[in-house]
Design a protein around this ligand. Structure first.
Ligand code: 3PG
Length: 307
């Protein structure tokens, strides 16, 4: 019988697992579950005889792909697939997919949760500031970026975006102003919200020089990936600019240092939780399960991310 594994070190909401089960068992397949694992050996054992798997930020390394001898398709229930060794998948004839857009609203809502938390001094009772009338820059106008723009308008913010891969007219049609360069985005906006993927071009690209362009009181919001930040440059900047704040859904490698030095203008969530809502889990989980069934039954490769 075709076996589908859900391998999530950060589990889906139970309702999402139930929904995935309905799709998988409805197709006549067996569902197996590996949740909250801490040992890579458990993942390597779990993948040994499965035909398909659904993961989140779980690391599908070459070792994992090679251990999964029967694997035909792996779906990252989410947007970013930097956690999958795509080369290994291609070499082993495994189709890798993501589920773009399915968890985006959850991530966008967290952007504003973190912004308001910072603006109100961590809810400590002292007088904070408001976000209305401030400028927010959306760095990459994909599915999350679009929701961020929508919510920002509700907050009464002026919304700007930079994305060389999206047509200017498409962004402007949403009532968002388009700037011509990434430098202009940072020098224009009080808040910048990051939505770029982590790849060879973007890693360490958010550096001292770029962040230093932000106006006084600038805030960088990162719900994307920690790898895009040049952490040395960030520390240097926060040392030099007592007005600058960094809030992140992904703990930086240098979290102890940065937390000790910049208390009150730096915080991170304890575990990446942008996409951690029942709705996002259900949407991404069901999409992943349907994509697996459609691939195995009909060869449908929509959302394939490896060549
Ligand atoms: C994504 O790329 O979809 C988000 O970063 C969510 O990741 P998660 O599924 O690990 O929460």
């Amino acid at each position: 019988m075709t076996k589908v594994l859900i391998a999530t070190d950060k589990p889906f909401a139970p309702a999402a697992v139930d929904s995935i089960r309905t799709v998988v068992e409805g197709a006549g397949y067996e569902l197996v579950l590996l949740e909250s694992y801490t040992d890579k050996a458990d993942l390597l054992a779990a993948v040994a005889d499965v035909d398909a798997m659904i993961i989140r930020s779980d690391k599908a390394t070459r070792e994992v792909i090679e251990a999964a001898k029967n694997l035909k398709v792996i779906v990252r229930a989410g947007a970013g697939y930097d956690n999958i060794d795509l080369e290994a998948c291609t070499e082993k004839g495994v189709v890798a997919m993501n589920t773009p857009g399915q968890n985006s609203n959850a991530v966008a809502e967290l952007v504003f949760g973190m912004m308001v938390f910072l603006a109100r001094n961590g809810f400590n009772g002292s007088a904070g500031v408001e976000v209305r009338g401030k400028k927010i820059g959306i760095h990459a106008y994909g599915n999350v970026g679009r929701y961020v723009g929508e919510i920002a308008k509700g907050f009464g913010m002026e919304v700007y975006a930079f994305d060389p891969f999206v047509a200017k007219e498409t962004i402007e049609a949403d009532g968002v102003k388009v700037v011509d360069s990434v430098e202009e985005l940072y020098s224009t906006c009080n808040y910048v919200s990051l939505h770029i993927p982590a790849n060879d071009k973007t890693k360490n690209s958010i550096n001292f020089d770029l962040l230093n362009k932000m106006p006084k009181g600038g805030v960088l919001v990162n719900t994307a990936r920690k790898e895009v930040i040049d952490e040395e440059g960030l520390i240097q900047l926060m040392d030099a600019r007592k007005d600058f704040a960094y809030i992140s859904d992904i703990a930086p490698d240098c979290k102890e240092e940065i937390e000790a030095k910049f208390r009150g203008r730096f915080f991170f969530t304890p575990k990446k939780m942008g996409a951690q809502t029942a709705e996002a889990n259900i949407n991404a989980g069901i999409a992943g399960a349907n994509q697996i069934v459609n691939y195995i039954k009909n060869g449908d490769e929509t959302f394939r991310v490896n060549k």
